[in-house]
Design a protein around this ligand. Structure first.
Ligand SMILES: [Zn+2]
Ligand SMILES: [Zn+2]
Length: 195
């Protein structure tokens, strides 16, 4: 019986169209005649981009060329931190809601709300009684921020009106602690109780 001749299977290289004979067991997997062909093919419909953070060059698919900007997530995070936080952020306005200012900002909004928002649950004690925020502060939050900063306002303290029937304004306000404020309110309540 003649020995069965195993005919070598031929294959065409995807890159250079050369005929080559891959090993039988790797026939399905192998697609290129040589490694340089593989690399060349991989770069064929790809574009080279540079990582915005570290400058590393890489090849990506054309469809991703405009989207991909970083070589890794770490690079992306680094770059984001540099360009998107604080004053570097293109949406940065005035820093009023910065960590440093956030309590003053809340305080300002609460104050305005108490005096002008009918739906505020404390409105009857403020706006309802004719207590208003002075125009200087109402028009420019920066001035309020500056005042609060100069008077040492921070979380846990409140802004108190010296004359209880007067408006919120720099001449009628002081920064005191919550405890002192409730003490003052208590005294006022029982000292000047309307008859
Ligand atoms: Zn080839
Ligand atoms: Zn990078």
């Amino acid at each position: 019986m003649p020995k069965k001749q195993s005919k070598k299977l031929e294959k065409k290289c995807l890159n250079c169209d050369q005929i080559f004979y891959p090993r039988k067991d790797r026939y399905d997997k192998i697609k290129f005649c040589c490694q340089p062909c593989l690399y060349e093919y991989m770069r064929k419909d790809k574009v080279e981009i540079t990582c915005l953070e570290c400058g590393k060059k890489m090849f990506v698919k054309k469809t991703l060329a405009t989207k991909k900007k970083y070589c890794s997530k770490a690079c992306m995070a680094k770059h984001y931190k540099k360009t998107m936080t604080g004053r570097n952020n293109p949406h940065y306005k005035n820093g009023l809601t910065d960590k440093k200012n956030i309590y003053t900002w809340y305080c300002y909004n609460n104050m305005n709300s108490r005096c002008s928002n009918i739906n505020n649950k404390n409105y009857y004690r403020y706006g309802g009684r004719g207590i208003a925020v002075c125009n200087i502060w109402k028009k420019d939050i920066q001035l309020f921020m500056k005042w609060a900063d100069e008077h040492g306002y921070k979380d846990g303290l409140t802004i108190d009106r010296i004359n209880n029937n007067g408006p919120y304004g720099p001449w009628n306000c002081q920064v005191i602690s919550r405890k002192n404020n409730s003490k003052k309110m208590y005294e006022q309540k029982y000292r000047y109780l309307p008859v």
